[in-house]
Design a protein around this ligand. Sequence first.
Ligand code: HEC
Length: 424
Amino acid sequence: MMVAGGVALAQPTYSREISRIFQAKCVQCHRPGDIAPFALTTFDLASTWAPDIKRVITEGLMPPWKPVDGHGKFVDSFALTADEKQQILDWVNAGAPQGEEADLPAPLENKADWPLGDPDKLLEMPAPFAAPRGRDLYRCFVLDPKLEDDKFLAAVDYLPGNRKSVHHIILYLDESGEAEKKDGADGSPGYDCYGGPGVALVGGSGAQNSLNSLLGFNYALGGWAPGSRTRLLPENIGIKLSKRAKIVMQIHYFTALSTEPDQTRIGLYYSKKPVEKSMYFLPMVQTRLAIPAGDPSYKAEFEFMVPILLDAQAINIFPHMHLLGRDIKTWVDLPNGGGSQPLVWINNWDFNWQGSYTYEKPVELPAFSRIKMTCTYDNSAQNPRNPSNPPKVVRWGEGTEDEMCVAFLGVTFKNENLLSLILR
Ligand code: HEC
């Protein structure tokens, strides 16, 4: 029995409460044809799965929203609130009652392919690609926006060709031309790639703390995972897309449910008003990794000080590690004893559920703030995700058996003009 505001509420029923919670937090993946192995769209389905639902919710496995509550406030979270969680557990414990059919919410509309409207530019894989059954495959495809001038983007949206096999998508930009050379070299569209675009993601170590080098390199343009939604940036902010840039689209295929070919599309939305501020992806990167074989909790640290006059605001964040990663935490220590602000914390990292998180309110990063990051890895034989048996020393790299410690921070700078001088 639930008590709210002194009023005793009746036992939750599927028709009244549970169906609404599932519509909001589960069915974007648990619907026919999408990535989850079963739908949760009817009472029969929901009650059949009730014992498993109780287990995954108790263990925090579902929904797969990763950021720890209280460490960064993000839009479009599909985490369950404590109250929703309790209602689901009460419902299962009471024998998953159906309730009155009249209480059911209207079924969800089938969302349009492009909720933001028709994209200004549609880019598509040049040919369908069928990933082989039975293993995870990471494949990069080069998309050419064929721009005549530099453009500013307000958003990029994603339309997976096969929602049953496309597990996640990450976009990188490449101005070196290297990615294009690899595309199709093995006779199929695209090329195999794992932790990045397969071309230099960041320059050699050493220079990594200079702003010039950080902002000058290839960077992530965004990411999609099932359940994520795309929004337009605020009107005065845009992401610069150089006319020289090719977009490298990395797709993680997981083919247990389907080996039908995929032909994923992305839509580019240009800024409609003159852009006052560019959003830069600041790669916070610790490449000096040497994770000893057998070490169950190796910690890597990174720190970057916001330079004088370059006061910034964080718009979004995209943390990234590989299979041994367990915990990634970023925060900012404000100058003059101003305390700390969390940026994001993921304490049960899962390479399969990575995504980009947008702040409800931009986070202030005044000059002289110290942006900090820690990445923790489990390189023991007990880690079931360890790709090496026996464990071996693991260093930075793009391969499945290498590791990364990265967070791309989408930032704008207060003194945009000054920045363009520094960056030549
Ligand atoms: C972002 C997509 C997504 C959302 C949101 C989501 N699920 Fe899942 N769910 C999956 C996928 C994919 C699987 C298959 C297992 C896996 O890949 O982890 C799954 C598996 C499950 C399983 C079976 C797990 C097992 O161990 O057998 C249950 C039960 C479940 N989900 C319940 C829920 C409930 C309840 C919600 C909402 C509160 C929810 N899921 C939200 C994608 C999602």
